[in-house]
Design a protein around this ligand. Structure first.
Ligand SMILES: Cc1cc2nc3c(=O)[nH]c(=O)nc-3n(C[C@H](O)[C@H](O)[C@H](O)COP(=O)(O)OP(=O)(O)OC[C@H]3O[C@@H](n4cnc5c(N)ncnc54)[C@H](O)[C@@H]3O)c2cc1C
Length: 373
């Protein structure tokens, strides 16, 4: 290892750190971590701190754990790495993959060094996000709404002209746009666009094409995002609701995106996940028996909550994320209705007030027709 002065002098110069602008990293050099032991890391100044992110979620058994060091050393002598991209796999990746069976208690089994291991926890809480492996392995039925439109997002910086305390959501030409300031000139930008434009923001140069598409005449200065500096990847996502009507099986309960996700156009994902976690936590604290029946009221509440959020997401998607002449006329008509009667806007406030924060009748066909048709 080169000496301490060399490391400090060259910190952030030859390396581009992910999710950060190189100039910002050079101005405020990152902390140089030199040593990790159990749950602590020590930096180049000798300061030891608790590593609360566990590496980046991949050091969940602590640093310098002897059995892991030995397993890594043994594997290095055998096969240090091989890609699992289509066409190839490796022995250890298959061995370590888990198998899960619902039951009271549930079982998780995996193979290490040719030996089958089995664990029987009291409960498995599946919180493994979209396309949950836990849900798949216990055979839960995932319902999917038809795909309505696509969403692409990009974090940018260097946009000092945008006020820090103002977000904006609107329609312009063939996109629905979102501007969410993050402070210090950083802004999270999103665009919804039609299914006929698949691939519009994918492939090489997608960030450049995304920023060009943000030249929107309804912004105070249509060029303001064109010179922004991308501070993350530009990705397009399909925007469709998925749901599992009964996210509970013997010994297993699913929460968050693992139990089905709402269309991100109305930005409810984290609220859903946090509320699920709270309801499951309350059920666990309310009973000594951790059997499936204690989660039934959670499952019932979630079914209604997700049904209401699907209704709202569909309504807002039809209103805001369609770009035909008919859709433009509908937007004008709805704006005029709201201008004449402010209560007519209530369905559009559901993403802010929550699915139980408005009158129940707003989730009925009559309320839909009154606003949209
Ligand atoms: C484009 C886009 C924009 C969005 N915008 C918003 C927004 O504005 N507001 C909002 O509230 N929500 C938004 N969301 C949704 C939000 O990100 C999710 O709903 C939320 O992150 C769900 O949390 P979760 O904990 O259920 O799942 P996740 O955040 O997906 O976490 C699941 C975790 O489990 C890990 N995991 C998976 N399998 C395993 C395994 N076998 N072992 C160990 N770990 C595993 C994954 O690596 C992941 O870290 C958006 C989503 C998208 C795609």
């Amino acid at each position: 290892m080169r000496d301490r002065n060399f490391l400090i002098e060259n910190n952030a110069k030859p390396i581009w750190h992910p999710m950060a602008h190189p100039a910002e990293m050079r101005a405020q050099p990152p902390r140089i971590i030199m040593k990790g032991e159990a749950i602590f890391v020590t930096d180049i100044e000798g300061r030891t701190v608790l590593d609360s992110v566990g590496g980046l979620w991949n050091v969940n058994l602590g640093f310098s754990c002897d059995p892991i060091k030995k397993a890594i050393a043994d594997q290095l002598g055998e096969l240090p790495y091989y890609s699992g991209f289509r066409g190839t796999s490796t022995g250890p990746s298959i061995e370590l993959a888990f198998e899960l069976t619902a039951g009271e208690p549930p079982t998780i089994s995996f193979t290490i060094d040719g030996q089958r291991r089995e664990m029987t926890p009291r409960l498995i809480v599946g919180a493994d996000g979209r396309g949950s492996d836990v849900a798949r392995q216990i055979g839960m039925k995932v319902e999917t709404a038809p795909l309505h439109h696509l969403l692409a997002g990009l974090l940018v910086e260097g946009v000092d002209a945008w006020p820090d305390a103002e977000f904006s959501i609107g329609n312009d030409d063939d996109v629905m746009f979102f501007v969410f300031p993050q402070g210090n000139g950083r802004v999270r930008l999103y665009l919804c666009y039609g299914l006929d434009q698949r691939g519009r923001f994918s492939g090489a140069d997608s960030a450049r094409r995304f920023l060009d598409a943000f030249r929107l005449s309804s912004l105070p200065d249509k060029e303001m995002f064109c010179s922004a500096v991308p501070a993350g990847p530009c990705h397009g996502y399909p925007n469709a609701d998925t749901w599992i009507d009964m996210p509970v099986a013997p010994g297993v309960v699913l929460i968050g995106d693992a139990a089905g996700h709402n269309d991100p156009t109305i930005g409810q994902g984290l609220s859903i996940a946090f509320r699920d976690a709270r309801l499951v936590h309350e059920a666990l604290l309310g009973s000594k028996r951790w059997t499936g029946d204690i989660f039934l009221s959670y499952a019932t509440e979630r079914r209604t909550r997700m049904r209401r959020l699907r209704f709202t997401a569909e309504q807002i998607s039809i209103l805001r994320a369609e770009f035909t002449e008919t859709a433009r006329k509908r937007r004008r008509r709805v704006s005029e209705r709201i201008a004449a009667d402010r209560d007519a806007a209530l369905p559009l406030l559901i993403p802010v007030k929550g699915p139980f924060g408005v009158p129940d009748h707003l989730f009925e066909q009559a309320a839909w027709d009154a606003l949209m048709n």
